[in-house]
Design a protein around this ligand. Structure first.
Ligand code: PLP
Length: 529
């Protein structure tokens, strides 16, 4: 007699049948997450150990500048990916040779290039969680936590920087903040919002004008030392841009803007957007927000502030003087992923009236709609892409685990590194500091005894080449008013007094070398420190 509880022929038949019809439906040859769980656990632990060892190596002499030449990767990798899977050990074993050997090590204690890039353990942990949860929070419904944590974090951060209340979600007006991927995106989005707003105003005044005609008359303004992303935004938005002259402090002033606006209005153009910079990339100069703000308010022009680098310094009350006049601006952006210990990417943008952005980017197909959309924020209307990650979690971790005091310390340490380096530069009569050192950036150059600008630029360009050839220290060159100089940018996590001193000694050594080669000046030791 058969046991009725054991014999279940029907389901087997069905699964055999399904397996025949859809072999991939039931196959267990490939683990759903790409690795077996046990393999992942082992590999993930290994990566953490490796990370700590890698960071140690960056404090202990690993050269930050790679020796590779363009195209090196083709020689190290096959020209197509494998059909069959490779083991974690094999792939990970290639990381040193393929990736690290050709990487610029931004975390090196000898890194003083560009601007700092943000990193901290709390931020890295937040990023891991962001990756682990794989939430794509384009609307409130697609991840309520993604939306609401971001909203609260933007208010926390606005308060930490002492930004005007009209930027708060929790304030009285329609303002609020959003996390973007980059300062470039923030500038583009605000320019598009301004374009849309002006187009609507013009059309309601004269409905016969086409969008094309109106756009062709629009003009945006920025200083000629604003970041290249401002000019790029104007290309994408199809808006004319004027890059205006600056005063002797490399600051865009009200009088220069006013003249440009008047000239353009006389020609029937529509001034509609100004991008002011707090902390320019070339030399950390500051546009005059107070003056620009009152003009923009009177002229009904959108004033966006790009504080990509210097914005983090507003965490410290003593540096807030660089941003006077924020009460009259329309939008504000900075990159916590530069100097606020938050890993790339995290660029925060606040707008006085979020409807301006939403109206310019809102497209609402059925598949993205949800029943709560009139009651909640849908951040997809605040950005170019649809998908968005749970980036606010790293901000949350950083603000809680490092705290405002810890972040302030990080900023002050970066500024102190710059001030110390400035002191060292000033101690050697062969060098000069080119611009006032206000935050973490020191702009300096070697003086040429034959003091023509051309010769001095040539000398400094040689100095820069020597530094790069040597590979031990990372510094970036820049040029303002045709003066070529080097930038020392403090603020990376592992940089300390010794690395600042080391960098300075290195500069002196390289100066000896280039001066000797130029035959212009005998090396002169003139140490006052
Ligand atoms: N604005 C300024 C003042 C910058 O210094 C930079 C980059 O260094 C940017 C914009 C561009 O930043 P992102 O790479 O986030 O677009």
């Amino acid at each position: 007699m058969m046991n009725p509880t054991v014999v279940t022929k029907e389901p087997n038949k069905e699964s055999d049948h399904l397996a025949d019809m859809f072999p991939h439906l039931t196959s267990e040859n490939f683990p759903p997450m790409g690795l077996e769980t046990s393999e992942f656990r082992k590999a993930a632990h290994r990566i953490i150990d490796w990370t700590i060892d890698y960071h140690e190596s960056l404090k202990c002499g690993r050269l930050p500048i790679p020796a590779v030449k363009p195209g090196f990767m083709k020689e190290r990798l096959p020209n197509a990916g494998p059909a069959q899977k490779e083991s974690w050990e094999t792939v990970f074993g290639d990381v040193e040779n393929v990736v690290l050997d050709g990487a610029l090590h931004w975390l090196s204690s000898n890194y003083f290039g560009y601007f700092p890039t943000g990193i901290s353990y709390p931020s890295m942990l937040g990023d891991m969680l962001c990756t682990s949860t794989a939430n794509i929070g384009f609307s409130w419904a697609s991840s309520p936590s993604c939306t609401e944590l971001e909203t609260v974090m933007m208010d926390w951060l606005a308060k930490a920087l002492n930004l005007p209340d009209f930027f708060l979600h929790n304030g009285r007006g329609p303002g609020g903040g959003v996390i973007q991927g980059s300062a470039s995106e923030a500038t583009l989005i605000t320019m598009l919002a301004a374009r849309n707003k002006v187009t609507q105003e013009e059309r309601s005044r004269d409905p016969k004008q086409s969008i094309h005609e109106i756009t062709a008359r629009m003009v945006a303004y920025a200083s000629k030392y604003s970041h290249s992303s401002v000019e790029r935004a104007s290309k994408v938005a199809l808006v004319n841009i004027r890059l205006l002259d600056v005063d002797e402090n490399i600051s865009l002033r009200g009088s220069i803007l006013r003249n440009a606006i008047e000239e353009d209005r006389r020609q029937g153009k529509i001034p509609m957007f100004v991008c002011a910079t707090i902390g320019t990339t070339a030399c950390c100069a500051y546009d005059n927000i107070l003056e620009l703000g009152s003009i923009c308010q009177n002229e009904n022009i959108w004033l966006h502030v790009d504080a990509a680098y210097a914005g983090s310094a507003l965490l410290c009350p003593e540096y807030r003087y660089i941003a006077q006049g924020l009460q009259s601006i329309t939008s504000f952006n900075f990159n916590p992923h530069k100097w606020m210990m938050v890993n790339f990417d995290c660029s925060v943008l606040w707008v006085r009236n979020s409807l301006d952005i939403i109206n310019s980017l809102n497209v609402n197909p059925v598949y993205l709609q949800h029943k709560d959309q009139t009651k909640a924020i849908d951040y997809r209307h605040w950005q170019i892409s649809l998908g968005r990650r749970l980036r606010s979690i790293k901000l949350w971790f950083v603000m809680r685990m490092i705290g405002l005091e810890g972040l302030q310390h990080h900023i002050r340490k970066g500024v102190s590194q710059a001030k110390y380096f400035e002191l060292l530069v000033r101690s050697d009569g062969r060098f000069e500091v080119v611009f006032p050192v206000t935050l973490g950036l020191v702009c300096f150059r070697l003086l040429s005894p034959d003091s023509t600008l051309e010769k001095t630029n040539e000398l400094n360009s040689k100095l820069c080449e020597e530094i790069q050839r040597d590979r031990r220290y990372v510094l970036t060159p820049s040029s303002v008013n045709d003066v070529y100089f080097l930038r020392f940018s403090g603020g990376m996590n592992f940089c300390d007094v010794e690395s600042v001193k080391g960098c300075w000694e290195h500069m002196r050594e390289k100066a000896d070398l280039v001066l000797h080669h130029c035959g212009d000046l005998k090396p002169k030791i003139n140490s006052k420190v």
